[in-house]
Design a protein around this ligand. Structure first.
Ligand code: PMP
Length: 307
């Protein structure tokens, strides 16, 4: 990575330092935006950067814009092409995070969504581990409940919902935990501050559905699709809080978090308090999948540099 990074903004590529908004922007004042988080993985043997499930992330972004009434006049193909070009220009040779952000940039006062076109910004930054995926993390049940889909749509990725995540994460950190786990208003397990959750009981992987006020997750989808390769069955169903305490294994997953073992919840060790064997087997397969090392799933990995 050499020289100043560029961002995609206002329909073109420009230096990152020029991609700025007014303090009057509605996005800043009222959180009227939605976004994506995408990872691109560096493959040393192939000298290649692979964007993971780019189309799926942009399809979700377009669904988010539909839910929160932001008008983005670009197709998935155009968004993927802009992202590939952005990566080529920034030329990372390491694992990279890609952040597309769609927002209402009007400077009029009032938290009103309008029909005018929304602004799109895409930028990249280096990203290795978001959580400690080797040793695992501790978590608590947050005293903050997950915003329900009827409050701020949790199925999408609206910027405003991340106040909920930030408050939960702050509380967890202040109380000595690495992460927070949200319950729904009904008291069932929803998700982490920016991750989904799986538990393992009697050899089966169990995860709550998006009806539990959580994001329509791409890593969760990926794990559900690759787990059968290792002979693991996945069950999508409600999880009670106390099931976390008696699970044999548990882990968080997400674009940032990847597959991250949970070693304790509310100071009760998960299993024997160490990353579990099923979790680690899945993590190992996941890392091969995202670096295009598993032919069956290689279509999920979009090469950035010409082959
Ligand atoms: N839940 C929330 C609230 C998130 O922000 C994220 C990160 N995007 C996830 C779950 C994980 O979803 P994904 O696997 O699609 O990144």
């Amino acid at each position: 990575m050499a020289g100043e990074q560029v961002a995609f903004f206002k329909g073109g590529f420009r230096p990152l330092s020029d991609a700025t908004v007014s303090v009057r922007s509605k996005a800043l004042n009222y959180g009227l935006g939605c976004f994506e988080g995408i990872r691109a993985y560096w493959s040393k043997p192939e000298n290649q950067l692979y964007i993971f499930r780019a189309e799926d992330h942009y399809e979700r972004l377009l669904l988010s814009t539909k839910i929160v009434h932001l008008k983005l006049n670009m197709t998935v193909e155009q968004l993927v092409a802009a992202t590939v070009e952005l990566c080529r220009r920034n030329a990372p040779r390491e694992d990279t995070y890609i952040r597309p952000l769609v927002f209402n940039n009007s400077e009029l006062m009032s938290p009103q969504l309008t029909d005018e076109p929304a602004e799109l910004a895409i930028y990249t930054l280096p990203l290795r581990d978001y959580l400690d995926v080797t040793k695992g993390v501790t978590a608590c049940i947050s005293s903050w409940r997950r915003v329900s889909d009827n409050m701020i749509p949790a199925r999408a990725k609206p910027t405003a919902a991340y106040m909920n995540s930030a408050l939960a994460r702050l509380e967890a950190k202040e109380n000595g935990y690495d992460e927070a786990i949200f319950l729904t208003n009904d008291g069932y397990v929803s998700e982490g501050s920016a991750e989904h959750i799986f538990i393992v009981r009697e050899g089966k992987l169990i995860t709550p559905s998006s009806q539990e006020d959580n994001l329509d997750g791409i890593t969760r989808r990926t794990l559900c699709q690759i787990a059968p390769e290792l002979g693991f069955e996945v069950v999508v169903r409600r999880i009670s809080r106390t099931e976390l305490y008696v699970a044999d294994e548990a882990f968080l997953c997400g674009t940032g978090a990847e597959v991250c073992p949970l070693v304790s919840v509310d100071r009760r060790p998960v299993g024997d308090g160490k990353p579990g064997p099923i979790t680690m087997a899945l993590q190992k397969l996941f890392w091969r999948v995202v670096r295009a090392e598993v032919p069956k799933f290689a279509d999920w990995c979009k090469p950035v540099y010409p082959k």
